[in-house]
Design a protein around this ligand. Structure first.
Ligand code: SF4
Length: 463
């Protein structure tokens, strides 16, 4: 065979027709019917060579949930300290107290950041830091109050579940046997001081093996889920993440997604969603060996466990998103909060203890986000966090499952993609252009996904 003929044949081998995977037919039918996918369906989505069909199905779900638009916001990040008692292997952010580059911000600095944020029209400040071993409990509510003094309208999305548990410990409110009360005390105090919602960090991958290999010492999945459940009970919305592409298997990513959607079932059920009874095929298979859902129920004192919670798919005909119900006044924050979005975070090896690992490829990033959109049928949004995905990748992700690319950011110290500095800022114009090029109308949102009406730096939530 000639070289030219070989080249033609290998081109044909890459054609979509050759990649068509009949296993996707049944999954497509379920997606169209708004039916929950199983973990085995998720395995097919992760393993099929027909990645384009996976992206296209995720796009169809995203367009049903958020037709025609894509969200961005104007925000600022504040990392109040990078001093951390832990040393997670995938983390390049933390420093020990006397190490070069360690910092802890005082309240004057923090007030200055808040002033700068409102001068630039920000609607949100995203606040996270390391688990500082020596800062007193008062520092944290004082920080929120200091920001609210100078910027009362700024929404404070602050403290990962890991930090919340750390704060309960330093406030001496955390008891292993009754952790929920300590968590509730901390979140109530922080809410009184101005906390508006919880970010989604610290979830990593909900798996004990991965936990012990990469972030031993950090809270486990059942505790992370307890923090978010209590936040929801207190009327706080929250986000969640998955940090993928290191030592975890794809099945473990799917179990993580399954645990999140079951926690969301619980939150939506509390808001009055009826849902439908759990079917055996939707239950996580026993060989995954995880008991977090039951521990969660046990810790909460709620009878029945996850198997009793009805399954809610926002893709079922006539099922409204919780945001829409809040808009219509049918529910309020007093009824409870819920998960707003999942943010898939690719692992970046540079500078971490896992530097020898390659990290996920671009295609793996697209696929993981699309699979998340398909598995999480009860999540209103999936975010392509441009700062970790890059704005160019995030643009494509808007066409493969994501409906949000986050905000203008400015200072981001957690991960630096491709050697970027801590100053990572895009303009509103950059975000709007990226969204328009992807074929959507850009919509500025506040932290709770309400439309923002803006006149320069002045803004208000559209009613
Ligand atoms: S990931 Fe968080 S908890 Fe772990 S070392 Fe980094 S800052 Fe500390």
């Amino acid at each position: 065979m000639s070289t030219a003929a070989t080249a033609i044949n290998s081109t044909h081998a890459l054609s979509p027709a050759t990649h068509a995977d009949p296993r996707l037919d049944a999954i497509r039918a379920k997606v169209e019917a708004g039916e929950r996918l199983t973990l085995d369906d998720g395995e097919v989505l992760f393993s099929t060579p027909d990645i384009w069909s996976v992206l296209e199905m995720a796009d169809s779900v995203r367009r049903r949930l958020t037709p025609g638009i894509a969200y961005y916001n104007i925000n600022r990040h504040l990392n109040y300290s990078n001093v951390c008692a832990l040393s997670c292997k995938f983390c390049e952010f933390y420093r020990k107290k006397d190490q070069d580059g360690a910092y802890t911000r005082d309240l004057d600095y923090i007030r200055g950041q808040a002033r700068e944020a409102i001068e630039n029209g920000a609607t949100e400040m995203h606040i996270v830091g390391g688990l500082h071993p020596y800062l007193p409990w008062d520092y944290y509510p004082d920080m929120l109050r200091a920001i609210k003094e100078v910027a009362p309208d700024l929404h404070l999305k602050a403290f990962t579940a890991v930090e919340v548990v750390h704060l309960a410990k330093i406030a001496k409110k955390y008891k292993a046997k009754d952790r929920v009360e300590g968590i509730r005390w901390v979140l109530s105090e922080l809410k009184d001081a101005g906390l508006g919602s919880l970010p989604g960090g610290g979830a990593e991958v909900f798996d004990d093996r991965v936990h012990d290999e990469t972030h031993k010492g950090k809270i486990r999945s059942d505790v992370w889920l307890d923090v978010h459940r209590v936040a929801h009970e207190l009327g706080l919305n929250s986000n969640c993440t998955i940090l993928y592409g290191h030592v975890e298997q794809r099945r473990e990513r799917l179990v993580h997604m399954d645990m999140l959607r079951r926690a969301q079932d619980r939150a939506l059920h509390r808001l009055g969603y009826e849902g439908e009874p759990m079917r055996p095929e939707w239950l996580r298979s026993q060989e995954d060996g995880f008991a977090g859902g039951d521990q969660e129920a046990e810790a909460s004192g709620e009878a029945g466990g996850d198997n009793q919670i009805p399954v809610v798919s926002l893709l079922r005909p006539g099922v409204e998103s919780p945001e829409r119900l809040r808009e219509q006044g049918k529910i309020t924050a007093d009824d409870g909060g819920y998960f707003q979005t999942l943010i898939p975070l690719p692992f970046f090896p540079d500078g971490s203890e896992l530097e020898h690992l390659p990290g996920p490829s671009g295609l793996e990033n697209y696929r993981t986000l699309a699979v998340a959109r398909l598995m999480l049928d009860n999540f209103p949004h999936i975010k392509a966090f441009w700062i970790m995905q890059t704005l160019k990748m995030a643009q494509v992700m808007l066409q493969s499952g994501a409906d949000d690319i986050d905000g203008t950011v400015v200072w981001y110290d957690i991960t630096k993609v491709g050697g970027a500095s801590t100053h990572q800022e895009v303009t509103v114009w950059d975000l709007q252009k990226a969204i328009r090029e992807a074929g959507f109308e850009p919509v500025e949102r506040d932290t709770l996904y309400r439309r923002v009406k803006r006149d320069g730096k002045k803004w208000r939530v559209e009613t």
